[in-house]
Design a protein around this ligand. Structure first.
Ligand code: FAD
Length: 620
């Protein structure tokens, strides 16, 4: 049996990004003892990379905005398969969460009269994203950390959780190794909150960092929780495509929000040629109207570059496939010079300075990584795997999964976004639902007389599994298996999907699983990335299988799921259902479709009001 240290808290939060920090703050505010575990250093979570902003109907820039419009926008963006209760809570509570963040010290960009400034983003009817230049996530994390650190939360850094432990049905702890020495720690708790982020590293081209290996998804699935909406993987339309070493790094939607335009190699603004019917009334008729919108004209509609991400990404793929792409396989994203407008009104307007102030990180990113001055030359951009709409199925109000005591929030939980997330809705989701997860986890913990037992047989079995790659004969290299998985998912279960390719992917996953069981690692347990990757493979394979199975089952195109063999939406069969995945008693992955509960009338009315008075078919 293995040696391990034990730390005990009422609530353990796994993941210290925006969701985990917000949950930990809320839980500790109720007076329970809280431990916060993360696999990198505190402050290095994915949230720190968020650029464009936090969506909340503060109505500071356009006073027509309110939570109902935000709710309706979120539902339309998600193509109505969202968990409507989560979308409602999110839209209602986001303004309070943003104001609270300000109270805790976040310094947002400001309107001339001193309110929090809000910018345009895809799929949001009004300027809605509170932001700090293009470094919003950094400010969010900084504020939460500063605020949280004074609340007596115990922080455990560079510890990776590999297994949840259970006492009967109930979750009772988590087993982690530390990066420094590879020692074992058991975190014993009455309630556990998963806040581990996404799955981007299952794909070759991604905006995500090494941390996004689907850990929370897999921990929950292995512990008996359900996963929902796993077919919906968001491919952000604009990642860098050149040079190859930085392919996939995000180019924020803020560029288009501030007036950046997409062109193909003939100079055509191709987005004007493909506007979905349900967005037509809200989209500019021509370039001039789109330009006026960007300048703040409330009578104008937004340019088609600000259609939802799923649609823009597919249009870019089409341009490239049909030979109208940029030299390195993307399209051009161009900043405006405002020559015709500011040139006449304000002679001193300096477009280059304007952009450097609005998009400082983008300016540096391209200058340093691509040797390009984006104020002078267009960027080359193409789709990149960005965000996971699917994840742990939880109750909307409490964020508890079906495993007693196991909660999830942030990107590893699911429901709120339906088939496609609107930009800016993740940071607000982290705050709103992160807070709720912390609140209800603390409540649950307080209601338990004692923590569940930590079964040492479970600890020993997991540790044995984890250490097995050290004892194998040289056979498979973990990095090679990971790379082959990423290539396969990119090619066979990417933006454009077909049944036969996905069936090949399922076969391929089976083979990769066999190979993963044979990976060998050398060296010792101290800072050994080969060993860590060997363990990550289980998570990557699990989420990849879930994505593939769910994508096969949904025989239609909706939001982020585009099926070449079923290119249309099929509301009759799939407009009112979610895919649900759970581990069967025989250990195999089981999938089914489940009806979405009916939307209450008040919310239906909010949706109708934003859809020209017509209720979408999915809600009839
Ligand atoms: P994260 O912030 O990723 O935190 C995950 C935490 O879990 C980390 O602390 C990690 O160490 C820990 N962890 C993971 N696995 C384990 C494990 N096994 N054991 C222990 N700890 C573990 N959204 C917006 O709304 N607006 C934006 O402008 C925006 N811009 C973005 C820009 C980029 C480049 C990217 C990549 C995303 C952007 N997003 C944006 C999306 C948004 O940033 C993420 O969805 C969000 O930050 C996820 O937060 P989280 O708290 O769920 O996870």
């Amino acid at each position: 049996s293995v040696e391990f240290q034990t730390h005990e808290h009422d609530v353990i939060v796994i993941g210290a990004g925006g969701a985990g920090l917000r949950a930990a703050i809320e839980a500790s505010a109720t007076g329970v003892s809280v431990g916060l575990v993360c696999k990198s250093l505190l402050g290095k979570a994915h949230t720190v990379m968020a650029e464009g902003g936090i969506a909340a109907a503060l109505a500071n820039v356009d006073n027509r905005d309110n939570w109902k419009v935000h709710f309706a926008d979120t539902m339309r963006g998600g193509q109505y398969v969202n968990n409507w209760r989560m979308a409602e809570l999110h839209a209602r509570e986001a303004p309070d969460r943003v104001r609270e963040l300000e109270k805790w010290g976040a310094v947002f960009d400001r309107t001339p009269d001193g309110k929090i400034l809000q910018r345009n983003f895809g799929g949001h009817k009004y300027p809605r994203l509170a932001h700090v230049g293009d470094r919003t996530g950094l400010e969010l994390i900084r504020t939460l950390q500063d605020h949280g650190i004074h609340r007596g939360i115990a922080v455990y850094m560079e510890r990776t959780v590999i297994r949840l432990l259970k006492d009967g049905d109930r979750v009772s702890g988590a087993l982690a190794y530390d990066r420094e020495r590879g020692r074992w720690t058991v975190f014993r708790a009455k309630a556990i909150v998963l806040a581990t982020g996404g799955i981007g590293k299952a794909y070759k081209i991604t905006s995500n960092s090494w941390e996004y290996t689907g850990d929370g998804h897999t921990l929950a699935y292995d512990a008996g929780a359900e996963l929902i909406d796993m077919e919906f993987v968001q491919f952000h339309p604009t990642g860098m495509v050149w040079p190859p070493s930085v392919r996939g790094i995000l180019v924020t939607e803020g560029v288009r929000g501030e007036g950046g335009v997409l062109r193909n190699n003939t100079g055509n603004r191709f987005m004007f040629g493909d506007i979905p019917d349900n967005y037509r009334p809200q989209t500019a008729k021509d370039e001039e109207e789109g330009f006026r919108y960007v300048l703040g004209d409330k009578e104008s509609n937004r340019p088609p570059e600000l259609l939802t991400r799923d649609h823009v990404a597919r249009c870019i793929v089409r341009e490239v496939r049909e030979g109208r792409g940029s030299p390195h396989g993307g399209v051009f994203l161009e900043l405006q010079t405002f020559a015709g407008w500011y040139g006449q009104r304000a002679k001193k307007f300096d477009a280059a300075e304007h952009w450097k102030k609005k998009l400082p990180s983008m300016y540096h990113q391209f200058k340093e990584l691509g040797g390009l001055d984006i104020t002078k030359e267009p960027m080359e951009v193409g789709p990149t795997t960005h965000y996971m709409m699917g994840g742990v199925r939880v109750d909307a109000d409490t964020q508890m999964s079906r495993v007693p005591g196991l909660f999830a929030c942030g990107e590893c939980a699911a429901g709120i976004n339906g088939a496609n997330r609107l930009g800016g809705n993740s940071l607000s989701d982290l705050l709103v639902l992160g807070k709720r997860a912390g609140e209800f986890a603390a409540k649950y913990a307080s209601e338990q007389n004692s923590a569940g037992a930590v079964p040492t047989d479970q600890v020993n079995a997991a540790a044995k599994w984890a250490l097995a790659p050290f004892d194998r004969e040289a056979s498979e290299n973990p990095f090679k298996v990971q790379q082959d998985l990423q290539d396969m998912m990119q090619d066979l279960v990417g933006i454009v999907r077909k049944k036969d390719e996905m069936l090949r992917a399922l076969d391929g996953l089976e083979k990769l699983r066999t190979r993963a069981a044979k990976v060998q690692v050398t060296g010792n347990r101290e800072y050994n990335p080969g060993w860590h990757t060997a363990m990550d493979l289980h998570n990557l394979l699990t989420v990849s299988e879930a994505v593939t199975r769910a994508a096969i089952l949904r025989k239609e195109s909706r939001g982020a799921q585009f099926r070449d063999d079923y290119p249309k939406k099929d509301n009759a069969k799939f407009g009112k259902v979610n895919s649900i995945i759970a581990k069967g008693t025989d250990g195999t992955m089981q999938i089914r479709l489940e009806q979405i509960p009916p939307v209450p009338d008040e919310l239906k009315d909010a949706i109708k009001a934003e859809a020209n008075g017509v209720l979408p078919d999915e809600l009839k």
